[in-house]
Ligand binder design. Structure first.
Ligand SMILES: [Ca+2]
Ligand SMILES: [Ca+2]
Ligand SMILES: [Ca+2]
Length: 386
């Protein structure tokens, strides 16, 4: 097959060329490929590939290359990076861990044959170095509990925007943010994409120590729609408890603000809750310094995801936040552990956003529960590669 000759020549110019030489070579290879297309009379494949043989990008930022092909449902696509498959989508979306030059090959196949083009991709380091710590808070929902308005302090009449600002400032100064009882969560983002490299990739920092874990479930997401916002699908980091017999997924729990709770029992204290398993109950009684309902929330709060059972304050084996001391390797997370809604590997190349929520519903912290509910604390998340 004539095409295989073209592919071979593409591999040969890898070593030792300058970027300009490489682009020149790519031009030659593409001219040859066009001729082959003509010889093969593959009219349907003579489409508008990207003109330039050169594409550039920045390390740890999404690289996207989309050929302007007429849409044809019979086409199949293959992208090779330095000869290795990286995508079978029409648009190539990839992320590079470091600066460097690469050869990208795009192959379209349909009933008439195949056609291919080559690109030299030059990846540079960003003008301003990326930071290893999360730099932005996108969402924050504290669940009712002991530190509802005090950790960090949320002043009266705070708006949601001012709460976000307070929490973001707290994260930037690497101080503790309490998520409250089960389901309370924070969504944080980095100033770059955390690349899924070999082994562990990031760690969520909390205040766990040996014998005192308040595990938070970790979810990850990447900016699939490219709008810079955290509005893309989430993938749970399937830690050691994901398949435990007592684990519940698709769990939902509703908290009711005490003063407005019409279903409240006479004399009841604490915060009433119901869940999608038909259960109901009250959180422990509030005391003067335990104002149970976060000030900025409405009359009800629905939270959920997965929920895990645990007795005492022992740590889960791996894959959670606020579970092992921050400098223990068991606190680290591998993006490879991310799964979709059906528990299938998500195969993520990198992540931009991290969501952490309190993953157990328990009030057993301390003797007689004097330390209140199990509440995950976080100070931020760290990219281990920087
Ligand atoms: Ca990894
Ligand atoms: Ca997005
Ligand atoms: Ca904690």
């Amino acid at each position: 097959m004539k095409k295989s000759l073209v592919l071979l020549s593409a591999m040969v110019w890898l070593a030792g060329c300058s970027s300009e030489d490489e682009v020149e070579q790519a031009e030659k290879v593409n001219e040859e490929a066009e001729k082959v297309d003509e010889e093969n009379e593959m009219d349907s494949l003579k489409r508008d590939f990207p003109d330039a043989e050169f594409a550039s990008g920045v390390a740890r930022q999404w690289f996207r290359l989309a050929p302007q092909l007429e849409s044809s449902s019979e086409d199949s696509y293959l992208w090779l990076l330095n000869g290795k498959e990286i995508s079978t989508d029409k648009e190539c979306v990839h992320v590079f861990a470091a600066a460097g030059n690469h050869v990208l090959t795009f192959i379209v196949t349909n009933a008439e044959g195949l056609s291919e083009r080559h690109f030299i991709v030059q990846i540079d380091e960003p003008a301003q170095a990326h930071g290893s710590w999360t730099n932005r808070v996108y969402e924050f929902v504290r669940a009712p509990g002991q530190f509802a308005n005090t950790f960090p302090v949320i002043p009266p009449r705070s708006t949601y925007e001012s709460v976000l600002k307070t929490v973001e400032d707290t994260m930037l100064s690497r101080e503790l943010i309490s998520l409250g009882g089960y389901g309370g969560y924070i969504v944080m983002g980095f100033d770059h994409t955390v690349v899924n490299g070999p082994g562990n990739d990031f760690v969520v920092h909390g205040n766990a120590f040996y014998g005192w874990a308040e595990p938070g479930v970790v979810e990850v997401s990447w900016d699939a729609n490219g709008n810079g916002l955290s509005d893309d699908p989430w993938y749970e980091i399937a830690g050691s408890e994901y398949n435990a017999p007592t684990a519940l997924h698709n769990y939902a729990l509703t908290y009711y603000k005490p003063a407005t709770d019409t279903g409240r029992e006479v004399g009841a204290k604490g915060v009433r809750w119901t869940d999608n398993q038909g259960r109901t109950g009250y959180t422990p009684e509030e005391t003067a310094d335990m104002i149970g309902w976060p000030r900025w929330l409405g009359d009800t709060l629905v939270v959920g995801g997965s929920i895990y059972e645990r007795s005492g304050l022992s740590a889960f084996a791996f894959g959670y936040a606020d579970n092992w001391p921050n400098d223990d390797a068991l606190a680290q997370i591998d993006i490879d552990w991310a799964v979709d809604k059906n528990g299938k590997p998500a195969n993520l190349k990198g992540i931009d956003f991290v969501r952490v929520y309190t993953g157990v519903f328990s009030f057993s912290a301390g003797e007689d529960g004097i330390f209140g509910e199990i509440s995950t604390e976080v100070t931020g998340a760290e990219d281990l590669s920087l």
